[in-house]
Design a protein around this ligand. Structure first.
Ligand code: 6R9
Length: 675
């Protein structure tokens, strides 16, 4: 377990509270989803005091049920939540269908309403798909899958780029009560194989090739490599994305998407599923090497996705939401597919990257489609901030009302850049903290009503009861101005129901570390105003001379220096202080004078940290690198940085799943020369 933390020195400045942008609600043609902050507080209190009634009413009002539920929550009383690994069941006795709620009900209302705006990798390639068209394609694929023998409860593996067919695929699978298991299309064939085997998927849906950032990826070939070791896979449905003639194809096993869909009619009824029937698996990395198949069940997940989209982003039916996260991650599942469609809104599906053909791509899309809500990870914002204001400035971004951030802490400097340059001080920046396991937002401001502080994920969503626990004793740290580990006291509708095939691992990871609580794995503080600050994974905590520091905190300090583009901080063994801090830093090249004195810059950086946090936090080593190793979802792989520093570059493990494996060799060189 985690050792005692020292008080963080992150700037939890309660003076720096920003009111929601003035005139926020006037800039929308729709009525606000939440009137004001007092309404949030009232609803929040209800959701905690009586979650059964609160979520029961919300579920009745916002979802369409095939059979109404008998009990919103069993047991209704939350006192035994998480005891002995127990979770309550939600919406007991109810029957529902996810695809019906995402598509049919909106198609019935207005079949010509745009459901998806597809923006292809090349600018000006793409198309719009209406709810009416979406319904037809979903029904056709649902029939094809049924014909191929997919039944309720089976898992279907999905390995697709960000194209509308990915949305069609997810919805077709849940329409027949099966589970999707999406594997991010940037994963290697080995990672794909592991996930297909673990989920026991018998059907794979993929594309011939993919396009990303102007490059062609041999998607089907990767699938074929994976399938060499997956003897139980019966069929592969292949969508023709590029139509390239040398794509491998095994007649019999492989089927073309267009041939299959052409065989079936426009309508196929949705399969009723029980509220607690599984809806999907999504693999995420754990502390061990083996990925965990996080399982989400139907009604609770749907309600979480629906309500958070509605309230965190103030989404209405007329809104266009652009979630830049890939469908291969939970952010894509919840906020590119399910959340927007459950609210009858329009979702932008973007195939490309923020840097292709240039750093204006996101802003061009926002301008072109008049996007109202934009949602991205800080890693992309840092890249775009580094690229410079000239890429943002020419675009009309006045349609933007909400700017979301997700996946990692957002440094105050980046937050301000986002708010000022992208939001032009008129959009509400919402920093949303949550996890694959939570299904939907845990801590987040609600657009238009919650005041924000740059760097804080602010306050809990409805039904979320965050607690700060002493990491060693597990005791709850009550009141404000406390810091420890973040745990959640009672269950919420979209909490994961387990790790597929390994319920004990679920209990061991989340429910056992701190009795009667769900353990998030993150360190957090509650400031004087009761606002929450995520301090990073507790496994990324560094202990220097008995001072525990969050690596995120040192990074936030470093980025205050004008020349720092990005940094990653890790701890390494030190004879004198136990652990010492090393900062890997990539500098803003365009700001660096040709005759820059790197030694002097190192000293300045150390001084910046001393100044921002305190002398004990000063990095002992500063290493300048071109690029930091990142996962495909943009998370910096500190494990690799720690190993290289420890001289263990021979045991880095599999680096093929990184988005930039080439960064690693330069890092090894830099560390070697620094010794
Ligand atoms: C949605 C997602 C979950 C972990 C989580 C935490 C970090 C996510 C954050 C954040 C600070 C935020 N995290 N959002 N840290 N501020 N707004 O990213 O899911 O990929 O499962 O990662 O990401 O450490 O525990 P997932």
């Amino acid at each position: 377990m985690v050792e005692q933390t020292q008080k963080s020195h992150i700037s939890l400045d309660h003076e720096k509270m920003h009111a929601p942008p003035e005139g926020f609600f006037e800039r929308s043609t729709s009525k606000p989803n939440l009137a004001d902050f007092a309404t949030y507080q009232k609803m929040y209190d209800q959701s905690i005091q009586d979650p059964a009634t609160f979520f029961g009413e919300q579920a009745k009002q916002t979802l369409d049920w095939i059979r109404p539920f008998d009990q919103p929550r069993f047991p209704a009383d939350k006192k035994d939540d998480f005891k002995n690994g127990d979770l309550p069941a939600w919406f007991v006795g109810g029957q529902i269908n996810a695809a019906y709620n995402c598509v049919d009900r909106w198609a019935a209302k207005d079949p010509n309403k745009v459901a998806i705006i597809y923006e292809g990798d090349e600018p000006d390639s793409g198309r719009k798909i209406t709810y009416g068209e979406l319904l037809k394609d979903v029904c056709k694929l649902a029939q094809a899958l049924t014909k191929l023998g997919v039944k309720k409860g089976d898992s279907v593996a999905v390995y697709l780029p960000m194209i509308p067919e990915a949305v069609v695929t997810l919805l077709a699978i849940v329409r027949i009560g099966a589970m999707h298991s999406v594997v991010f299309a940037g994963f290697s064939s080995t990672s794909l194989k592991d996930r297909i085997l673990d989920a026991d998927s018998r059907i794979v849906i993929t594309a011939d090739e993919s396009k990303r950032g102007g490059k062609t990826i041999e998607t089907k070939k990767i699938v074929d490599d994976a399938l060499k070791d997956c003897p139980d896979v019966r069929n592969v449905i292949v969508f023709k994305r590029t139509g390239n003639s040398h794509v491998p194809f095994s007649p019999g096993r492989d089927l073309w998407w267009h041939d299959e869909l052409a065989k079936y009619g426009n309508y196929f009824p949705p399969t009723p599923v029980d509220s607690e029937d599984p809806m999907f698996l999504l693999y995420t990395s754990g502390s061990t090497g083996k990925p965990k198949g996080v399982q989400h069940n139907t009604a609770g997940y749907l309600l979480g996705a629906l309500l958070t989209t509605k309230y965190t982003f103030d989404v209405h039916e007329d809104d266009v939401l652009f979630t830049a996260g890939d469908i291969g991650w939970i952010t894509g599942h919840t906020y590119c597919v399910y959340g927007p469609l459950l609210n009858g809104a329009t979702s932008v599906v973007f195939e490309g990257t923020p840097a292709y053909p240039n750093f204006s791509r996101y802003w061009e899309i926002v301008d072109k489609y008049k996007v109202n809500q934009f949602y991205v990870a800080p890693t992309a914002l840092r890249l775009l901030k580094r690229a410079g204001h000239k890429y943002v400035e020419p675009y009309d971004l006045s349609s933007l009302r909400v700017l979301g951030s997700v996946g990692e802490p957002i440094a105050a400097e980046v937050w301000h850049w986002y708010s000022e340059n992208v939001g032009r001080n008129k959009a509400h920046v919402v920093d949303t903290y949550w996890q694959t396991e939570s299904g939907s937002h845990l801590l987040c401001p609600l657009a238009g009503v919650t005041p924000t502080k740059p760097g804080s994920a602010s306050l809990p969503f409805f039904g979320i009861e965050p607690k700060i626990l002493d990491p060693t004793t597990g005791e709850e740290l009550k009141g404000n101005d406390v810091e420890g580990v973040l745990a959640i006291k009672s269950a919420w509708p979209s909490i994961t129901r387990g790790i597929f095939g390994d319920y004990n691992r679920y209990i061991d990871t989340y429910l056992r570390p701190y009795a009667d609580h769900y353990f998030s794995g993150d360190g957090a503080a509650r400031d004087l105003d009761g606002f929450y600050w995520i301090l990073g994974r507790v496994d990324d905590v560094v202990n220097v001379s008995g001072h525990r520091l969050s690596t995120a905190e040192v990074e936030a300090a470093l980025i205050e220096h004008d020349l720092v583009g990005e940094s990653a901080v890790v701890g390494y063994a030190d004879d004198l202080t136990g652990q010492a801090i090393a900062a890997y830093v990539s500098l803003k090249k365009h700001k660096l004078p040709a005759d820059a004195d790197l030694e002097a810059i190192k000293k300045e950086l150390i001084l910046t940290v001393r100044k921002e946090i305190g002398p004990f936090a000063a990095p002992k080593t500063v290493l300048f690198v071109d690029d930091l190793p990142k996962t495909r979802s943009g998370k910096i792989m500190r494990r690799i940085l720690r190993k290289v520093l420890a001289g263990e570059e021979d045991s880095l493990g599999d680096i093929s799943t990184l988005s930039n494996p080439q960064a690693v060799s330069q890092i090894i060189d830099v560390v070697k020369t620094s010794r």
